[in-house]
Each structure stands twice: as structure tokens, then as C-alpha cells.
Design a binder for this molecule. Structure first.
Ligand code: HEM
Ligand code: HEM
Length: 228
């Protein structure tokens, strides 16, 4: 079995390591969340392209014309809109599952052992004091680790914002949500881009890390064991 060194040897060993163990709960959560958010993003992709109401009005008119029926733009729009609505309904139901998974993530944070909590990891990294200037590499490693964990916190804040605004759109019949509908839609539309950015940076980051200095990082999220 090979030992994986993620750092040059220094006099002070780092208090944190990227290749750390992950509990079964967090692993199941991560990959379920990955599958659900990917499905949700597919509905957004289709809803904003193939099923876009205004792009399908002419198609509906042409198809009916070929069958001998003439409908005006408004009538054709109603048909095109019905299909787009079906897709956004699906997006909404997947959104409920995603919101449930976020609640699970909060429960996991509370019940899992102290050292596995995101909060403890961030605190450990923030509390690190290099004992000499020879430990620069260790210092950079710990700072990088801390930054990575903070991006997860930022992501959680953003995705909770998506869930809350999504629920606001889903329950638009509630008077307060109806009154704020425009604002809620704008926030939901705007924050989506940060979610895409996180996903891109995250996937590129973990794959690069795994191929570089932190071999086994991705499989660690599957089998759970870390290397130091
Ligand atoms: C990854 C997270 C999500 C992304 C990227 C996303 C993206 C979007 C986008 C682009 C729209 C179209 C907005 C428009 O132009 O009118 C939308 C609509 C909507 N989203 Fe999300 N969303 C996400 C999560 C959620 C969640 C968690 C819920 C919770 C239920 C939700 C519920 C809704 C609802 C109800 C609509 C309105 C659909 C309609 O027009 O009938 N979304 N979402
Ligand atoms: C939509 C896609 C994804 C989302 C939203 C996502 C989200 C997350 C989040 C929030 C965490 C932090 C978990 C925590 O400790 O609280 C995490 C960790 C991790 N993810 Fe993902 N992930 C996605 C896709 C992937 C993919 C495709 C891979 C593998 C190629 C991956 C590999 C990892 C690894 C290895 C970690 C642990 C890294 C570390 O401890 O810093 N993720 N992911």
C-alpha cells in the first residue's frame, strides 16, 4: 500500500488534510444531492431552450395548419405554454426534493461527530498558527483548505436562497409571495449563475486536486477513507 504525501516534509505537521475521512451520511448525501441538482439543472436547460413558450408558438400553428386547423397566436401560445408548464412543474417537484436534502444536510451537520462538522474544520484551519517561518508550505496548505471549506459555506447560503425563492414561486398564491413575485423571480434568476459557477469551479477543482497533490480525493468521497 502506498502512502500519499500531500505536502513537502516540514517541521510542523498540518492540523488538516484534504484527503480526510467522510462519514457514510455525508457521502450518501453528496451523491444524492449531485443527482438531484443535475436533474433540476436539466429541467432548467430544457425549460429555457426547447420548451420555451415563445419559440414554440409558430411550431404549434404550423402543425395545426397541416392538419387543416387555423389557430391564432394566442391560441397557439396556450398550447405551447401548457408543455412548458409541465416542465416547470417537474422543476418545482425536484425543487421540493432538493429542499428536503438541504434540511437533511443541516441535520447531518448537527448529529455527526465533531471532527466531521464543517464548522469544526473551518475553526481548525482558522486557528492554525505556524510555529516558524520554515512552515510556509504548511501555512499555505491550511489557508487553502480553509478557503475551500468556506466556498462550501457560501454554496450552502446560495442554494438555500434558491430553495427559499423557489418555494416563494411555488406558493405564489400566498398573498405575501404574490406581492413579492417579481422580486423573488429576479433573485431566483440571478442566483442561479453563482450556482453554475460553484459547480464548475468545484468539479474542476476536485478533479485537478485528485490528479495532482491530493490523489484519492474523489474516491474518498465514495469509499470514505482518507489518507494523510
Ligand atoms: C439549482 C437550483 C435551481 C436553479 C438553477 C433554478 C433555476 C430556475 C430558473 C432559471 C427558473 C425560471 C425563472 C423564470 O425565468 O421565470 C426557475 C423557476 C422556478 N423554480 Fe427554480 N431553480 C433552482 C431550484 C429551485 C428550487 C429548490 C425550487 C423549490 C421548489 C424551485 C422552484 C421554482 C419554481 C416554482 C419556478 C417557477 C416555475 C414557473 O414559472 O412555473 N427552483 N428556476
Ligand atoms: C452538481 C454537482 C455538485 C455539487 C453541488 C457538489 C457539492 C459539494 C459540496 C457542498 C461539498 C461539501 C460537502 C461538505 O463537506 O459539506 C462537496 C464536496 C466534495 N465533492 Fe462535490 N458536488 C458536486 C459534484 C461533484 C463531483 C462531480 C465530484 C467528483 C468528480 C465531487 C467531488 C467532491 C469531493 C471529492 C468533495 C470533498 C472535497 C473536500 O472535502 O473538500 N463533487 N461537493
Amino acid at each position: 500500500m502506498s502512502t500519499i504525501h500531500t505536502l513537502p516534509l516540514t517541521s510542523q505537521s498540518p492540523p488538516v488534510a484534504f484527503n480526510e475521512p467522510h462519514s457514510l451520511a455525508i457521502r450518501i448525501w453528496h451523491w444524492t444531492f449531485f443527482a438531484v441538482i443535475t436533474t433540476s439543472l436539466i429541467t432548467v436547460l430544457f425549460g429555457s431552450t426547447l420548451f420555451r413558450t415563445r419559440d414554440n408558438i409558430v411550431t404549434v400553428q404550423q402543425q395545426l395548419q397541416e392538419k387543416g386547423a387555423t389557430v391564432n397566436k394566442d391560441q397557439a401560445r396556450a398550447v405551447a405554454h401548457a408543455y412548458s408548464d409541465k416542465l416547470w412543474d417537474l422543476h418545482k417537484y425536484i425543487g421540493y426534493v432538493l429542499t428536503g436534502l438541504l434540511l437533511c444536510r443541516i441535520i447531518i451537520e448537527v448529529v455527526q461527530p465533531g471532527e466531521e462538522r464543517l464548522r469544526t474544520k473551518i475553526k481548525k484551519a482558522a486557528g492554525f498558527k505556524p510555529s516558524s517561518s520554515a512552515d510556509n508550505a504548511t501555512k499555505r496548505h491550511v489557508q487553502h483548505y480553509g478557503r475551500v471549506k468556506w466556498t462550501y459555506v457560501i454554496f450552502y447560503v446560495l442554494i438555500v436562497t434558491m430553495a427559499l425563492t423557489g418555494l416563494g414561486l411555488a406558493f405564489e398564491d400566498v398573498p405575501v409571495f404574490r406581492a413579492w413575485h417579481r422580486g423573488i423571480t429576479k433573485v431566483h434568476q440571478f442566483v442561479q449563475y453563482f450556482i453554475y459557477a460553484f459547480i464548475l469551479i468545484h468539479i474542476v477543482g476536485v478533479i485537478r486536486s485528485d490528479m495532482g497533490r491530493h490523489k484519492g480525493l474523489v474516491s474518498g468521497m465514495i469509499h470514505g477513507t482518507g489518507h494523510r
